[in-house]
Write a protein that binds this ligand. Structure first.
Ligand code: FAD
Length: 404
């Protein structure tokens, strides 16, 4: 028999074990996770779960009896500590070990800590898992003052959720605008105005100099001299891949475990998927480390197909979403080398699309409360069809005509 062992019970791990069975793999499958819970949806941690509007049951990736009925062994609550590639054995923190024939690493990423002294304080928080979310939730509530470091997706989603809970929110961002690495100016500007209308205050182009307070943080001072009192600080300044285990085993890593198109690492018996991976993207011809649920799921399909001896699945256009207040942002494609930006619809209406073109073809679409723009853009990216910017910019020209 061929034994598959998966380390990391998140989006990648939870999906790959299910896909192995779906693709007809009949051998023993073991899923190891250091969190106490079976795989759950991570995106709600900064959204519905933080606001208290999602049940624990709705968070689960699979129904409770799924793993037993699919004959998948769960080993939860203990980290994998070492991989011995010669004996093909994984050592767990509880002293036990598990043997594999094929290993899949799906260890995800961790929140980057604030690069400052004295940040190890009980109310300086990050958000990556359910335990983090529960700590953050505890710190929120009417009249609580939350200072968020980082105007990226985690920071902005938590700002919206914290406002819904009645907290006072200040966001400190080092760049001159929000979402600098991950969204265009029209989207970032629109979101900033929407947050401000909802009472969030921003300090842009600003950096924290010191955190004050005896044990708990009670205020921060910025380099420009501004000072904000706070009851808690959330640090949302990006994530770094959990490569310690892979590096310890001598696998090739470069800001992520480097894998091929099938998600195979430098050891042919070891695959890696999800946030921890740097992979040559079939549609872009360059190596990327993507942090999103759709990307983790796509990679899970590639690894499971390779292990089950199936044809590799078709490449998918990368996509992402974010929910803030009553807004749904959806993005498809990656923003490489666009030469033209087209806004379709009036941002003032709260529903519009931003298309990024290169040489007349759409390479990225960003849509706020406009699924038709998102789906049209995604199709145009996949087809590579040449479109006329004036038509795209004119809401009177129907999208299905442009896509067809
Ligand atoms: P994860 O889901 O993080 O799973 C990795 C698991 O491995 C974790 O449980 C970790 O504890 C465990 N692990 C690590 N090391 C070990 C070890 N040595 N032994 C055992 N277990 C280990 N993406 C979107 O597309 N849309 C969103 O709206 C969105 N919102 C998000 C909101 C939040 C608050 C966060 C944190 C992320 C969000 N993401 C979103 C990103 C998305 O959740 C990740 O891209 C996705 O979870 C990646 O899946 P993964 O399997 O690689 O890692």
């Amino acid at each position: 028999t061929h034994r598959v062992v998966v380390i990391g019970a998140g989006h990648g791990g939870g999906n790959v074990v299910a896909l192995l069975r779906q693709y007809g793999f009949g051998g023993p499958v073991t899923l190891i996770g250091d969190e106490p819970a079976a795989p759950y949806h991570r995106p709600p941690l900064s959204k519905a779960w933080l606001k208290g509007t999602a049940s624990a049951q709705s968070l689960a990736l699979k129904p409770a009896d799924f793993y037993a009925t699919q004959n998948i062994t769960l080993r939860l609550g203990h980290a994998a500590e070492a991989i011995d590639r010669d004996t093909r054995r994984v050592a767990l923190a509880d002293g036990s070990s598990i043997d594999y024939d094929t290993l899949i690493l799906a260890t995800g990423a961790h929140a980057r800590p604030l690069p400052l002294a004295n940040t190890a304080r009980p109310n300086v928080l990050t958000l990556r898992n359910m335990a983090d979310a529960d700590r953050l939730k505890h710190a929120l509530g009417a009249g609580k003052r939350l200072l968020i470091v980082g105007g990226g997706y985690i920071g902005l989603e938590c700002a919206a959720s914290a406002r819904a809970l009645g907290a006072d929110v200040v966001v400190v961002e080092r760049a001159a605008r929000l979402l600098e690495r991950v969204a265009s100016e029209p989207i970032a500007g629109f979101l900033r105005r929407h947050h401000e209308r909802n009472g969030v205050r921003f300090a842009l182009g600003a950096q924290i100099e010191t955190i004050e307070g005896e044990e708990a943080a009670s205020a921060v001072t910025l380099v420009d001299g501004r000072r904000f009192d706070c009851d808690a600080i959330l640090v949302g300044i990006g994530a770094a891949p959990n490569t310690t285990l892979a590096e310890g085993a001598g696998l090739a890593c470069d800001d992520g475990i480097t894998v091929d198109a099938d998600c195979r690492s430098s050891d042919p018996r070891i695959f890696a998927i999800g946030d921890v991976v740097r992979r040559p993207h079939p549609l872009y011809g360059r190596s990327l480390r993507l942090e999103s649920v759709p990307s983790a799921m796509e990679q899970a399909k590639h690894a499971a197909a390779a292990i089950a001896g199936r044809e590799p699945p078709h490449p998918e256009v990368p996509w992402f979403w974010s929910d803030q207040y009553d807004l749904k942002l959806q993005i498809a494609g990656l923003p490489f080398d666009a030469d033209t930006v087209v806004v379709r619809g009036d941002p003032e209406t709260g529903s519009f699309g931003v298309y990024h073109l290169r040489g007349g073809s759409v390479v990225t679409v960003e849509a706020i409360n406009s699924p038709p723009d998102f789906f049209a853009g995604k199709k145009l990216i996949a087809s590579g069809k040449t479109v006329a910017p004036v038509e795209l910019a004119d809401p009177a020209v129907p999208l299905n005509g442009i896509v067809a």
